[in-house]
Design a protein. Structure first.
Ligand code: FAD
Length: 276
């Protein structure tokens, strides 16, 4: 008797896959607890989960010549060129290649970190710098006078979702539109738009814990419930409506937003949100 595959009629749908990239030196930290709560809930709701625990892995943060196995130490290091060559030839270090495999595997990526000096901890920035190789996260697609590559909504990670889960010491008011620290959406824009939307992710609104130093057991339970709700919406929640580079909103070759597309008075980062 021959067995002929008739496709996937009876096959169970593939479980959705989530990569959590976590940056905190203390396993018993609030960040560690949020990461554990996320992992448990995602597993309980039928996902496959991978965690990159940067401190536990002893992640090397600084990109340098050692990242490019075929680099000739007698020649000047040009990072972009070396990155592109090494990526194309499979000559990046094993730790970087493993993380790139996880990115390809994942349907969604969540970055869990404390806000340190208005940005991500250096170890997480180092994960981006080293894992986001030329040819994977940038330098993708046609580059010409008519087209600046596949980026900002297109690129290697198009079709995947991403979300930040961030703890901040400051108060919510301090991060409001008129708050002294600046608006949280502006502070996180370089990560959400520059690091995540650039290589193609659909970026969900960030999950932000304010006054994180004051979290107690009761508040943690409330945070856990809010986080569960966000995770339950991981595949259905509307992403931040960032404009796509190649969808006609920008002039060529300047890539300036065409005038008249924004709501009157809109300025700054908000220009790159579709007016809805
Ligand atoms: P932890 O110190 O681990 O915990 C915070 C609180 O949560 C504690 O009360 C702890 O008991 C409680 N907790 C932990 N786990 C649990 C649990 N499972 N259940 C119940 N309660 C729990 N803040 C800003 O707003 N802007 C900045 O630019 C900024 N820059 C910083 C730069 C540096 C270098 C540092 C060290 C801090 C900075 N901060 C800033 C503050 C920083 O964001 C907070 O310290 C951080 O968010 C706290 O997260 P954590 O995981 O380290 O908390």
């Amino acid at each position: 008797m021959s067995i002929v595959s008739t496709g996937s009629i009876d096959a169970a749908p593939r479980k959705k896959r989530v990569l959590i990239v976590y940056a905190h030196p203390e396993p018993q930290s609030l960040n560690g607890a949020l990461k554990d709560a996320m992992r448990e809930h995602l597993l309980a709701t039928g996902h496959e989960v991978e965690v990159t625990d940067l401190y536990a892995q002893g992640w090397k943060s600084a990109i340098d010549a050692d990242d490019f196995l075929q680099h000739d130490p007698d020649r000047r290091l040009q990072v972009i060129a070396a990155s592109g060559r090494a990526y194309a030839e499979g000559a990046l270090t094993e730790d970087v290649r493993r993380e790139q495999d996880k990115l390809r595997w994942a349907d969604a990526v969540i970055l869990q970190f404390p806000l340190w000096w208005f940005s991500m901890p250096a170890i997480l920035k180092g994960w981006i710098d080293r894992v986001y190789a030329y040819g994977l996260a940038y330098g993708v697609g046609e580059h010409s006078d008519r087209r600046w590559g596949d980026r900002y909504g297109e690129g290697s990670f198009a079709g995947k979702r991403a979300m930040l889960s961030v703890t901040a010491g400051g108060w919510r008011d301090h991060y409001s539109a008129r708050g002294i620290n600046g608006c949280i959406d502006d502070i996180l824009f370089p990560i959400n738009h520059g690091v995540l939307h650039y290589p193609g992710f659909d970026v969900l609104p960030s999950f932000v814990v304010y006054r994180s130093e004051r979290v107690d057991a009761a508040q943690f339970e409330r945070l856990r419930a809010q986080l569960h709700e966000r995770l339950d919406g991981l595949w259905t929640q509307a992403p931040i409506p960032y404009r796509q580079q190649n969808a006609g909103d920008y002039e060529l070759p300047s890539l300036r937003l065409k005038s008249g597309l924004e709501a009157p008075g809109t300025q700054g980062f908000r220009l790159h949100l579709r007016a809805e």
